[in-house]
Ligand binder design. Sequence first.
Ligand code: 4AD
Ligand code: MG
Length: 433
Amino acid sequence: MKDRTRIRSLSEHIGEDILLCGWVRRRRSSGSKLHFLHVDDGSGAVQVVVKKGGVAEDQLDEARHLPLESTVVIRGTVKEAPRQAGGIEVAATELNILAAATGEFPIGKKEHGVGFLMDNRHLWLRSRRPQAALRIRAEVIRACRSYLDGRGFTNVDAPIFNSAAAEGTATLFPVDYFGETIYLSQTGQLHMEAAAQALGDVYCFGPTFRAEKSKTRRHLTEFWMLEPEMAFADLDESMDLMEGMIGHVIESVTEHCVPDLEALERDIDALRAFAPPFPRISYTDALKTLEGTDAAIEWGEDFGAPQEDAVSAAYAKPVLVHRFPSAIKAFYMKADPEDPRVALGCDMIAPEGYGEIIGGGERSSDLAFLEQKIEEHGLPKEAYEWYLDLRRYGANPTAGFGMGLERVVAWMGDLGHVREAAPFARTMARTFP
Ligand code: 4AD
Ligand code: MG
């Protein structure tokens, strides 16, 4: 099929005879002599007209009985058709069935519950909504990588099998590793700190795992995280980078994914309006804005969804909340020299109820402080000796962050739930298909 034309580029071939391959997603007949096949090849969809005289008799008959989702190879002529989406259609001269579908496709026109659709995710992917979401996901990845690559960052990836926790022991997935218990990576950060000491500005991008017993629309057990880390950088530089990168993601998605955003009924103007600058507010000040509301919490308590939603609702933008209490943050965070009760960390909270999409900040470069934190957090010191070496041999301030890909994609597409932002979501209740 080397000489096949992608449906996406059919409009460049008006009047020409082409070969196209695809799946018949819908079919309509007008009597026995005229059939309209809606053929999709992943790059786009087009109406193919199969009529008596255009194709051989046996093929005409096949078109009439063709089950949906059958795979077809079609030769035909590209014609202008102002009433069709894309303004073209294909008049078939030859219809070959590569694989006829057996039985009725489980996903039909009627409304299906999301549980059913997720059970059939392998087939649901063929529908317009998942197609759109996955193309947006690809665009977000492209945008992030090009933003960082364009700024001289080196992509250095992190291992998945690890001997210790970085983000708290409560969410570790243990793995039996030749009789020894190790864990799936919660973050690539610690390894990126090592890479930053070698290469300056680096990032990793890969799957991360959290055994979080959270059944919310923001939690997956397996998700992709993009983690830049910069040597000689502080909290402010890490906030600048988060802001710049998310600004670039918004620009790229609203420029390159308009048909997909439309298919998802995403308000594109609202998305464009979230361009930087983003407000920056300390945890302590954020708490003041929550006073007297249902989301009010005591100083020292962590944010949950109600706090994130209330803070983001107060600004019509993504919000950077910095300087959370050290006690509720990871061991590696640098304490604020002006107020050691708080850490030089920052979360970015997305608007429209999508919650925390980024967490990061400045890392402590103080060996004694880190040793003390490792002890306070009850972590096995031996497993962190390599990390402590980074402070023994040429410590410098490093800063960076981790962006949860699926949360950003869910927000970009206004998907409502992170499970639709992953090709095959893994949650507490799902490891299938
Ligand atoms: O805030 P987190 O836990 O930060 C870290 O792991 C840092 N070590 C990152 C760094 O500084 N390099 O996670 C970062 C982001 C969150 O803001 C969120 O977007 C996403 O990862 N995330 C999840 N996404 C989906 N499901 C989950 N269970 C997630 N947990 C975190
Ligand atoms: Mg976080």
